[in-house]
Write a protein that binds this ligand. Sequence first.
Ligand code: ADP
Length: 747
Amino acid sequence: MQSLQELQQELERYKLEHQKLSQRVEELSDFIENASVPIHWVDENGIIIWANQAELDLLGYSADEYIGHHIKDFHQDEFTINDILQRLSSDQILKDFPAILKSKDDSVKHVRINSNVYRKNGEFIHTRCITTDITATIENELKQAEMLTELEESEARLRMALSISNLGTWDYNVTNGILKWSEGCKEIYGLNPDAEVDYEAFSKHIYPDDREFVEAEIKKALDPGNGSYDIIYRITRFDNDAVVWIKSYGKVYFDETGKAVRFIGSVLDITSAKLANEQILRNEKLFKAIVQNIPNSLILIIDKDHRFLTVEGDLMEKLGYKPIDYKGTHPSDVLNADRYEAAKPLFERVLSGKTFSVEYKAATGEDLKIHLIPLKDDRDKVYAGLLIATDITDSKKAEEKGAKLAAIVESSDDAIISKTLEGIITSWNDAAKRLFGYTADEIIGKPIQTLFPEDRLDEETEILSRLHRGERVEHFETQRKTKDGKIIDLSLTISPIRDSKNNIIGLSKIARDITSKKQEDMRKNDFIAIVSHELKTPLTSVKSYVQLLLAKAKKENDQFITNALSRTEIQVNKMASMINDFLSLARLEEGKVYLRMEDFELHVLMVELVNDAQFLASGHTIKLQDCDEIIVHGDRDKIGQVLINLLSNAIKYSPKGTTIILGCKKVAGKVNIYVTDEGIGISETDQKRLFERFYRVDNQLKTVSGFGIGLYLVSEILKFHDSKIIVESVEGKGSTFSFELEEVKIK
Ligand code: ADP
């Protein structure tokens, strides 16, 4: 029997034991409760009966939200948890069993579960589950797998690019510093396919000026979180040190700690594109120079995306585009949508390599011609499009004017014919067809002589030589032959056709049928001839009687009658000279002019004429500027008639009190005879027509009598003497009429 003391001692001992034990339990539960490893217990129904703080922290729940709930609620995959519970209830021990848990924030946790069942007396008390969070590892694995596919994909892409362009690839292992280049890459660098490279060699072949930039870019790419690399720079080739422009594109891959591990990328030789660019710049200067020399023009260069590389010329603004600097802009940004839409097909066509031109009417009314030319590189690849626009408004107008003129020519009543200098007919209007009977088809291409009567075949040579001297042949009266052989009278006006450089390239002829006018002229001539002839006989007897009476009156010293008869004689003489002119004209027209050529002393004739003239014109002083002892060859009467005409004109057309000179001088073996007055003068336009038949100047001296045949006769008579009448005159100052005759040398 134990003593009370002993019992007490034993109790104390138990107490102590108990104390120790409970402290131990406390320590243990604290250890488990606060362990860094997540632990939980589940009962045989799958209800969580306990979980430590680490477990709650892992998934983010409070104890209430977790403990007392079914474990299934926290598993992502029902199949897995059923499997786990099944295994545990059949007393299996789970080791690193994979599972996925749901966190409170809907994220998932990848875990490995180690678990077994705690039984007491064979009875299921609870499971003991230790969870290990491997989410980070799993994610890392996934990322790596992703990265790998990405790598594979980008490599595949590179390989593809490689096969379609001269692209090279490189692969730089940042960790061990090994650099690998593809064959294409080596080719760009001028290396053999089996050559080895390293980073140092790569760095050495960066063009010196670009090295700093490239190295900075590489460093930037390797910075964690960056990884991109896309630059253009120059390298020097290994084989020939040639400078090559490359575009290098790369990507850096980092490990889970953010350390760069792999740097891969591509290089593309863009030298030719770069050179093309330089070519564009060079061309630009050239185009600028061209444009500045073509007024109203515009030069545009567009790149493959239609961007304006060059815009030169003043036309842009003229066409109503904004006055901005278009260089470098894209049409979609600077033009209104309609305009760009309209231009787009043209841009596309030229960039596809076609050369073509279009005409275009600008909104502002100008007509433009636009030439589109593709610009190609050495390999015949289009790198840009050149557009040259010129304002053709003027030439368009000229074209229209030409068409209008052609219409006028066609509808003219006068025959209008043009021909080459060789005399080949090149155009033929409707009136020409009516006049000559030939259709345009029949006659164009034929020699003009087809229309000439046999006796006038050499007339063309004369006309040509006159035109060559620059003269316009006007109202040239001649005859031509129609298709059915009829001879017609024509008045021709012939003018030279000149090219833009003023060279004569052909002739145009306007022919007017004057046959009926001719016939009328003939009748008029006949009439004048008859009348003059009939008047001449009575006038001659009047003249003789006047002279007779005058002699008598002088003898009887009857001053009044002498005076009156002298005046009568002057008037009779005037009348006689007029009738003489009419007769001469009629004879001339009929071709009945006969010259009585002789050598005669000019001086004697001139003295006679001056005396006669002075007798006629009492108000004027008539002076003789003589050259003595000159013998000339000609028809004395007719030359006399010429000079009488010139003198009487000088008297008629100059005021009283002025001086008239009849003179002569020797000029280069010839004798120049002239009549100078201080009269009203003749305008330049009238000077050209003075010598036409019946031409009279429409001047203020309406009262001066005359028919406009005097100067015509003068010029015709002189023509028979192989001479020509020349007029020099200044309006209001006076005129000089002169001509030359051959001097006869006395042996
Ligand atoms: P007309 O009978 O009218 O004088 P002409 O043939 O002699 O005819 O002259 C033609 C025209 O030339 C004249 O109408 C006249 O106006 C002009 N004319 C001729 N000679 C002179 C001159 N010396 N001074 C001014 N005008 C002249």
